[in-house]
Design a protein around this ligand. Structure first.
Ligand code: NAD
Length: 499
């Protein structure tokens, strides 16, 4: 059985006698490797390595750190095919989608190539007589990232690229379900010229997450995953005096106004609801048509579009989406479909019971469409995270606006309309962190920032963009005085002012 080990100080770092977890191939259902689960002793090795390496890395001028980022970007591009296949083999998403996963992370590496400019501080000459005030951004030291299974390239890169470029050492704790791509990324970073110890990868589960949250040398923790765990990580990390940002789950709505381009909206919603088997925090699992006529037209077109969807193994170039991540997750999704039926919703298309010939043990689910969903249903309130689209009908714009606004999650939302007035009002008033106007998956580009509201985001700084730079640095503010000769030095017991 292939063993997936930790990556510490530039080397594979096996841990004798460690607990292990199975790494599956979701297309076949087979166990393909075992990943070692770290304990505190192993984390300490990663911390010791990071402590040794970080001061020199921080002292290196930012242009030289940027050059490592440029080279890292080139190496990711050169290895795109291999990385995508590796990613698909553990996650299950189709290879083209894995390339998108890597590409969206690569764009954050591109952003980090501009770190000399991004780190520049502020300067005020002559804030008082002979007095100048300036600020500088300094790295925090050792920081850590804990990432989910659904974007094993993009989300580690969201975190590690700005963290490292800012001069920190970064300890990555990737998802134990698809841990190989994160290790491969760390190897490529080393090849790009990153000093040993600046990027360490430790695998594990709750035990190692708790050790990270309690470790006094780790100054900041970035987390992406489900909301209950995000909430827990936020609380425990903050309690220990760390800077913490935690992104959580989601239940994103797509609002369809009567004037929307219905064919375009359906094409967008189908891709956003079922792409990656719905295992995206920016998926669109709820569609809210406004008015009965809109709802009927939408439903008919959705049913037709679903009929043409192809579910396949992750290497099938014609498949629209692949299996879900584990058998347990598949069962959980099926339970939610049953729950929706029991709650009185109408199962229009039932994706349960689907079997792919030759891959009967794979974790496949055909697309499911559920109509007549209401806000009181638990199957609506919870995140399902599978290829399941729910129709929640609304009678007015105001009612449609209220649904995503009142939902416990507030990650993303989209509105489909040709009316700019409604679109502006919606963008302004909706209680959600990321809004798409005729854009189904409004993941902001790398030089903006990513983050949801309510139970989708804990902490005040978002991922990547300038918020990423702010999260991984602290600002030092300097007030300097160089009095010219002959200045009278007064003793003062009054708080200094510049008058
Ligand atoms: P998860 O919460 O199960 O795991 C996330 C990380 O937490 C993993 O590294 C895991 O090892 C660790 N972990 C698991 N259980 C833990 C525990 N009890 N204590 C401490 N750490 C623990 O999430 P997942 O299933 O890997 O990912 C899917 C979830 O992530 C979905 O809810 C999805 O919406 C969310 N997500 C959110 C965003 C976002 O930016 N808001 C992006 C991607 C995924």
């Amino acid at each position: 059985m292939r063993a997936i080990t930790h990556f510490i100080h530039g080397n594979s770092a096996p841990l004798a006698g460690a607990r292990v977890a199975d790494v599956l191939n979701p297309s076949t259902g087979a166990v393909q490797a075992q990943v070692e689960l770290a304990n505190l002793a192993h984390l300490q090795k990663a911390v010791d390595s990071a402590r040794e390496a970080q001061p020199a890395w921080a002292a290196m001028n930012p242009q030289r750190r940027a050059r490592v980022m440029f080279r890292f970007k080139e190496l990711i591009e050169q290895n795109m095919d291999d990385l995508a296949h590796l990613l698909s083999s553990e996650h299950g998403k189709v290879v083209a989608d894995s390339k998108g996963d890597i590409q969206r992370g690569l764009e954050v590496v591109e952003f980090a190539c501009g770190i000399p400019h991004l780190l520049k501080g502020e300067y005020t000459e002559g804030a008082g007589p002979g007095i100048d005030v300036y600020s500088m951004r300094q790295p925090l030291g050792i920081v850590a990232g804990i990432t989910p299974f659904n974007f094993p390239a993009m989300i580690p890169l969201w975190m590690l690229a700005p963290a490292i470029a800012c001069g920190n050492a970064f300890i990555l704790k990737p998802s134990e379900r698809d841990p190989s791509v994160p290790v491969r990324l760390a190897e490529l970073a080393l090849e790009a010229g990153l000093p040993e110890g600046i990027l360490n990868v430790v695998h594990g589960d709750k035990e190692i997450v708790d050790a990270i949250l309690d470790h006094p040398q780790i100054k900041a923790v970035s987390f992406v995953g489900s909301s209950d765990i995000a909430n827990y990580v936020y609380g425990r990390g903050a309690q220990n005096g760390k800077r913490v940002q935690c992104m959580g789950g989601a239940k994103n709505h797509g609002i369809i106004l009567p004037d929307a381009d219905m064919d375009q909206a359906v094409a967008d919603i189908i891709g956003a609801a079922y792409g990656s088997a719905g295992e995206r925090c920016m998926a669109l699992p709820v569609v809210t048509p406004v008015g009965e006529a809109t709802a009927e037209a939408l439903r008919a077109k959705l049913v037709t579009a679903i009929e043409s969807l192809r579910v396949g193994i992750s290497t099938d170039p014609d498949a629209h989406y692949g299996p879900v991540v584990t058998a347990q997750h598949k069962a959980r999704i099926e339970n939610y479909i049953q729950m929706a039926a029991d709650e009185g919703a109408e199962i229009v298309v039932d994706g349960r019971g689907f079997s792919l010939q030759g891959y009967e043990e794979g974790f496949f689910l055909a697309p499911t469409l559920i109509d007549r969903v209401t806000p009181q249903m638990k199957s609506y309130q919870d995140e399902i995270f599978g290829p399941v689209l729910q129709i929640l009908r609304a009678n007015s714009f105001e009612e449609a606006l209220s649904y995503p606004s009142q939902h416990q999650y507030g990650n993303g939302v989209a509105i489909f309309t040709r009316n700019g007035d409604y679109a502006r009002k919606f963008a302004s008033q909706v209680e959600v962190g990321m809004v798409g106007i005729n854009v189904p998956i409004p993941v902001p580009v790398a030089y903006h920032s990513f983050g949801g509201w309510k139970r989708s985001g804990f902490g005040d700084l978002d991922q990547y963009g300038m918020d990423g730079v702010r999260f991984y640095t602290r600002t030092k503010k300097i007030t300097q005085r160089w009095p010219s000769g002959g200045a009278v030095v007064d003793q003062s017991f009054v708080i200094p002012t510049m008058k």
